[in-house]
Design a protein around this ligand. Structure first.
Ligand code: ATP
Ligand code: MG
Length: 559
């Protein structure tokens, strides 16, 4: 085995073996089959990267197929957002955008085929009775009284179901398999239900809708999918998909199950995410605290970092929880290389340079990105009144505080050494201004006499700086496993009340003026930030994507 084969995950290994044996005539075709009933989250990204990645790596094709079989929960806005999110991740399915609803007619014909073959029947039991007749994991089920209905009668009833002659729930079409099967999924599962509901694509054309288990494998088959990759909970459904496809004698994709992504400090179920949105616990599906792709995008995560994260966590056959810190680290790694640096001050403290002439402005050179020499330099203005970070000054500093204090000299990044002469206080004793002097000989940040300072501070020039709003985020939940069974509490009780901190009056250097939503920067010493769509022409809003270091790891170590 060469090293490349060795490092393949088990799904890729199966595909590689199939390519070698010629099982699918050298063809690879995968799909991602979202239900348009919510926005995509980071777990879906794992599935997308796996499905589409495998096709790309093998010179194959991938389809985007909406599994739109449940008109009650599905909406056009979700279709739109899903398409936008997958495009953003960097995948292009060309003309292979499909909808399960495109196959409704074909599926109906397949159902008729099964009825004719005596493998499906119309059942008159009410939904509760069907559940009752199903049995349990330990007890076998009971046959429906309609199980042995003649094919002709079934055909007639099924047609009338389609025509709308019966009310919702009055009848179902069921597969005739085995009510005593140890696999509950095989106990005459429902294929069609009656539902007089408007569908976002087919309108009122249909009043019977295929069940997911019936529709899913058929979609794969119609599209001649080779490897139908899905999450572990469908393992028990595979025998049913196999049964349907074999009974119909049509193209049979190979289903492969992998472990779904679980991240700590968040919830990933669409139902729970929807509840957070509906109950106003977050500002929307794209709230930067949400694990949705639109939330991560708005927060500033680059698509590359999400793909890198998905590659990094790998694919396995057993469930495990991934630390959200790994996702944040993937963002840091990419942003460190890709983000231009600028200086911003979140909590401004006014500094007056007493020996710097009023009205004078010096334009100083600042490096745009030390990781990327091609990014070049920019000018930052320096003037008599500046802002530094409030937290960078202490009147009475403890031993290990090396930043500014009375009488102490520090470097202002890309500018000069300054020395603090005096802290001016208001009537309440709060520091409102520092009086400092600068050493003109230290222009650029170095002293010709070789003297050193222990700290370098970021700063902005007061008059030239732009007013900005900055939003800092913390984890949405305080508990690493907010929705684990076993908790007595509801996951909503673990919502972190401090997950959003808005700083309305921060300052940034003028070079970012006019930056468009989605533009990313590193604010020196503060983290990676991204312009939010809430920005107005004259007031930019920035989201902090991540801090520069994993502060949570530090806290964990200290404990
Ligand atoms: P629902 O409960 O609405 O079915 P879902 O998360 O399964 O929610 P789908 O739209 O059916 O949503 O998912 C599309 C695909 O994404 C499925 O093939 C599913 O297996 C996969 N998927 C969903 N969640 C995860 C996850 N956390 N990790 C990996 N793959 C996932
Ligand atoms: Mg699903």
């Amino acid at each position: 085995m060469d090293t490349e084969t060795k490092s393949l995950d088990f799904v890729r290994q199966i595909v590689a073996d199939d390519m070698k044996s010629g099982k699918w005539d050298g063809r690879v075709c995968t799909r991602f089959p979202p239900e348009p009933n919510g926005f995509l989250h980071i777990g879906h990204a794992k599935s997308i990267c796996l499905n589409f990645g495998i096709a790309e790596e093998n010179g194959g094709l991938y389809n985007l197929r909406f599994d739109d079989t449940n008109p009650i929960k599905e909406e056009e806005q979700y279709v739109k957002s899903i398409i936008e999110d997958i495009n953003w991740l960097g995948y292009n399915w060309e003309d292979r955008l499909f909808f399960a609803s495109d196959y409704f007619e074909q599926m109906y014909d397949y159902a008729v085929q099964l009825i004719k073959a005596g493998k499906a029947y119309v059942c008159d039991l009410a939904p509760e009775q069907i559940r009752e007749y199903r049995g349990t994991l330990t007890a076998p089920g009971k046959n429906s009284p309609n199980r042995d209905r003649a094919a002709d009668e079934n055909l007639d009833l099924f047609e009338r179901m389609r025509k709308g002659e019966f009310p919702d729930g009055a009848r179902t079409l069921r597969a005739k398999i085995d009510m005593a099967s140890p696999n509950v999924n095989l106990r005459d599962p429902i294929m069609y239900r009656i539902l007089h509901a408007n569908h976002h694509r087919t309108g009122d054309k249909w009043c019977i809708y295929p069940m997911y288990d019936w529709a899913h494998g058929l979609g794969d088959s119609v599209e001649r999918i080779t490897h139908s990759i899905c999450t572990l909970e469908f393992e028990n459904h595979r025998p049913l998909y196999d049964w349907f496809l074999d009974a119909l004698g049509i193209h049979h994709s190979q289903q492969i199950e992998f472990a779904r992504l679980e991240l700590n400090y968040t919830v990933m179920s669409k139902r729970k995410l929807l509840a957070l949105v509906k109950d106003g616990r977050v500002l929307g599906w794209d709230d930067p605290r949400m694990p949705t792709l639109s939330g991560l995008r708005r927060r500033g995560f680059p698509p590359e970092s999400i793909r890198n994260f998905c590659a990094d966590i790998g694919v396995a056959k057993f469930n495990s929880v991934i630390d959200v810190g790994r996702l944040e680290n993937a963002a840091r790694e990419h942003l460190n290389k890709a983000s231009p640096r600028v200086m911003a001050v979140l909590r401004p403290l006014r500094v007056v340079i007493e020996n710097f002439p009023e009205e004078q402005v010096e334009e100083l050179d600042a490096v745009n990105n030390p990781e990327d020499p091609a990014a070049g330099k920019r000018k930052v203005p320096f003037s008599r009144v500046l802002y530094i970070e409030r937290g960078d000054f202490l009147e009475d500093p403890p031993k290990k505080f090396f930043r500014l204090a009375p009488g102490r000299e520090v470097r202002l990044r890309y500018a000069f050494f300054i020395t603090c002469r005096e802290a001016v206080k208001d009537a309440d004793g709060e520091i409102v201004e520092l009086r400092c002097t600068y050493d003109p000989a230290t222009r650029g940040g170095n002293a010709p006499d070789g003297r050193k300072v222990k700290a370098t501070l970021h700063w902005v020039a007061a008059e030239q700086a732009l007013d900005i709003e900055v939003r800092l985020y913390d984890r949405l939940f305080t508990d690493p496993h907010p929705d684990h069974a076993g908790h007595e509490k509801d996951y909503k009780e673990f919502l972190n009340p401090e997950s959003l901190e808005s700083i309305p009056a921060a300052k940034v250097e003028p070079s970012v003026k006019g930056a468009k939503p989605g533009t990313r920067y590193q604010f020196e010493r503060l983290g990676y930030f991204c312009v939010d769509p809430d920005s107005m022409n004259d007031k930019l809003v920035f989201n902090r994507t991540v801090s520069l270091k994993d502060t949570w790891a530090k806290i964990a170590k200290k404990r």
